[in-house]
Design a protein around this ligand. Sequence first.
Ligand code: ADP
Length: 649
Amino acid sequence: MTSRSFPSAFRTRATPVAAPGWYWVVPRVALLLFLAAIAALVWLLHSTDQEDQRAALISDVLWMEQDLRFHLDRNAELIGQLGREAAEKSFDAAALELRARSLVSNGQGLLSVERLLAIDPADDALAAPARLADRIGQAVYLPPRALQDGEVQFDVLVPLGASRGWMRGRYSLSQMLVRSVPWWFAERYAVEVIDNTERVLASKSKVSSGNSDLGYSVAFDPPGHGLRLRVAAYRSETRLLPALLVVTLVGLALTMLWSLWALRRHLNRRLAAEHALREEHAFRTAMENSLIIGLRARDLEGRITHVNPAFCRMVGWSAEELMAMRPPMPYWAPEHAEHIRALHDGILAGNAEKRDAIELTFMRRDGERFDVLISEAPLVDAEGRHVGWMSSVLDVTESKQAEALYRQQQEQLQFTGRLITMGEMASTLAHELNQPLSAISSYSTACLNMIETGHGHLSDFREPLSKMNTQARRAGTIIRRVHEFVRRSEPQRVRCTLNDIVDDAVALIEADARKRNIHITTSRAPDLADVLADRVMIEQVLLNLIRNGMDAMAGSSAEKRRLQIDTRADGEDVQVAVRDSGAGIPPDIAEKLFAPFFTTKPDGMGMGLNICRSIVELHHGRLWFEAADGGGTVFILKLPAADAEALST
Ligand code: ADP
């Protein structure tokens, strides 16, 4: 069977869809590339930011260096100018001092300015620079020197020329930094002056530059002598926009990763569910294929949407052929087509739920008829919609045949059984007929006596003759019923009361009982419900029970020879009990009592009770026995009341 034969709402994949090799590789590679791209982007943003900061730093440092140089050059010029003026205008010391102080106050770290008229040639620290200054005609800076308090100072010698001496300006490095480095520069950077051994000679910093990796140094010349200006950026503040960008990118990447993970989990669950579904489908298919019951699904228009192999085998058409067909279906036997059509339309109209299984005759492809038992159920899809009907189709031909055969055999068996019992019946008959015949005989003897003696009138013959007539009729009825029974005719059930049947039976057997010295008493329940019974048959049952009772009391003492017959109502049933005071029935015998041919009597047939029970069962009643109080046995015959039975049938 293929999945094509499933109704659309139930269609599932029969075979797993194998994922190609690259199925998982591509998204994984793409994911890795995406993460790499994000990392590269973040790194690029960071490094661009660093570059920018570095470029800004370098340009700031160069500006700073130029600014310092500009101040130093300008100061040298002003100092030279002051010296020359002092020489030409012969300032006295006070005037020079005044001018120098004004210079110092604006001098960006300039501590003092003084005029040197002569320099001791032995003073190495000054003589050489002075000569150099004279020779080049420009200011010469002396090496820096550290004072005891850690303060570093350096001097500048400005030649005045024409033997007018020199001017000496003295700078404090730290003062210079303090005065020259503007506040905004100090906000961003730590500025230091270092010598060529990396020793810090002066610095201006708000806080420690820490381990900032962003720094730059340039030669600090003038004053030169290996001094360097080193500027380090404070730990760069995170800039909002790039940081925001980075955070957003990382956030997006994480969101994407999470959603991919969730997607994958979902996919795995789906795959697991699909797998379970496939297994379930395979299991159901196997189960369906192993069925001998045909399964057929139809949509709401009556088209076949699914059939199982058993149904195909039954009718002889393939699933594809059946699904292409429209009603009337070819497996509807033409002689039943109209009936099947009506049922079909009824089911489609929604009557299936109210219906039990129905029996129909279908036709195989080769024309052979077969009986099926069909039960229908509504087909509901996963969303709870009614999409059609599912029917199970059971081929009951064989079981019906077997049933018919069984019935036949049973009838045969019963017939044989009846034949076997015929002999017994004959002997019973002889017994039964003995009563009327002996009555007829005695009445006829009485008549003959009257004729022979000449006594009596004609009217005296009326009574014995009418009694003879009655007895002859009874004998005739007995013979006819036995004859009918042997010919398997159905019992002639009529409405009658058990009380009447008991009376008739007792009347028949009374003479025999008297002969055996047995006293029969009856107690009839008043207003006893009628039964539907064949009077003669039930009478025969009672006669048999009475006779058995009398047989059982054959050995009892005279005062114990009492047979009690009672009738009474029992719910919807009526019953008659025949109680003897005989020897009772021992347990080993009790089991076999109703078995055919079981007897304990030398001349018995052992068929009486067996036939009695058959007759009672034929009347839907029960026959059983119990031990009677005070010894003996009570046989109870129970029949359903006529009204109750009419209701149940
Ligand atoms: P038959 O009377 O020919 O023996 P039945 O089928 O009528 O055949 O009875 C079978 C046996 O059941 C009898 O032989 C007898 O032993 C036993 N039986 C029947 N009724 C009674 C009874 N009322 N008391 C004791 N035994 C009985």
